[in-house]
Design a protein around this ligand. Structure first.
Ligand SMILES: *[C@@H]1O[C@H](CO)[C@@H](O)[C@H](O)[C@H]1NC(C)=O
Length: 212
């Protein structure tokens, strides 16, 4: 069987990693300095998206999916060797402008009042809840444990208005790799440590992570 997993969707998915869940970490400007150092050791901060290390549930390797440097992978080689044959990981694609625009503080400044629709994390995501981007960050976005129920977990996964979010999506530099007969549609999501999308199917796709 062949895998055809590239490029109908470029899914820009922020594996955002979230605040240490204690008051002080949530409001960093109010933090005293006494425990600061100890907290810093326990918190991963990527672009202002913070995760307490204890909430990281991913396991280290082994990973045997081929990793390819975008600076050395041509469209020709991509098509011939990988596009119709196997999944790959491509690294070294420059998206620094997009990364700057998706830092936590910047996103709050630009998108706080923007309407979004949250989906439940169970199969088929039956539940849809209208919210705003700021409300999502402040009340829903948090790490999930293995005990969290999918039907009771809400997150932002792709259900955004492509017109209002166009200024941001336009800044995403799409990888040069194309699949004949397909065009790309962009979607993005944002969720905390320990979350995951329910098992699902779609056409060829490419998935970019920021602030992992
Ligand atoms: C989620 O699923 C569990 C287990 O099936 C159920 O007990 C619970 O009531 C559900 N929660 C909601 C909000 O539907």
């Amino acid at each position: 069987m062949k895998y055809q997993i590239w490029l109908l969707y470029h899914t820009v998915f922020f594996t955002s990693l979230v605040f240490g869940l204690d008051q002080c970490l949530n409001r960093d400007e109010e933090c005293g300095s006494v425990d600061e150092q100890r907290q810093n050791e326990n918190v991963i901060d990527h672009g202002g998206w913070r995760t307490n290390r204890q909430n990281v549930v991913g396991l280290e390797g082994p990973c045997n999916i081929p990793r390819l440097d975008a600076q050395h992978l041509s469209q020709g080689e991509f098509l011939k060797k990988y596009a119709y044959a196997e999944p790959i990981i491509i690294y070294n694609i420059d998206n620094s402008e997009f990364a700057r625009l998706t830092e936590r503080q910047k996103m709050l400044e630009d998108w706080r009042e923007e309407r979004v629709v949250l989906s439940s994390a169970n199969t088929y995501s039956y539940t849809r809840v209208p919210s705003t981007f700021g409300d999502y960050l402040e009340t829903h976005l948090r790490p999930q444990s293995l005990e969290s129920l999918g039907n009771e977990t809400l997150y932002l996964f792709g259900d955004i208005d492509p017109t209002t979010w166009k200024p941001l999506l336009d800044k995403y530099r799409q990888p040069q790799y194309k699949l004949p007969g397909h065009t790309a549609a962009l979607s993005f999501g944002l969720a905390g440590a320990g979350t995951g999308v329910p098992f699902h199917f779609h056409g060829p796709g490419m998935f970019s992570t920021f602030f992992e």
